[in-house]
Design a protein around this ligand. Sequence first.
Ligand code: ITT
Length: 183
Amino acid sequence: MIFKVITSNPGKVREYQEAFASAGLEAEHLRLAYDEVQSSDLEEVVSKGMEEIRRKGVRGFIIDDSGLFVDALNGFPGVWSAYAQKTIGNKGILKLMEGAEDRGAEFRCCIGCDVGGRTIIVTGKCRGAITSEESGSDGFGFDPIFSHDGERSFAEVPLEDKNRVSHRGDAFRLLLAELGKEN
Ligand code: ITT
């Protein structure tokens, strides 16, 4: 089967294309709008999104809801990451972090997968830190201000390397493990 990757984010599409190909699976991008319910829980957003997509008759797909949770900001922007990215952007996050000693942050990625009548929902995580300035031109979203290794931002590492350590890579490996299990 060919998995449909449903997202409006081209950066996610690139990462899933690499991840699926490395796992020897086929995937294609499907642009399909669906409502993202307001919730303080990534899993709930994904679960409701899956229901809506199924009502449209689509099967054999994955969706992804992700966020950046900053320790010093009590988890903000978290589930409001897309809104924060569109409004205050990376510069706004850096401004909120001015003077903060604790730069710890976590990316989380929740994948919902519909496959052969099954629902699989997994969440991957990646710990790191908010950098002091934006750097790098690869990746997307918060990548220029997040560093996993304390040396380079996610926007400065090749996509394959990001997938190896990222929240999305982590979630994808959990998904593969679930897909490998018998019903
Ligand atoms: P969908 O259509 O898949 O929902 P989206 O861009 O709205 O696309 P999310 O709500 O999951 O996706 O993402 C929340 C925000 O977090 C959004 O601004 C993303 O750019 C950003 N983000 C998600 N994953 C990221 C990653 O791996 N690196 C950097 N920023 C990321």
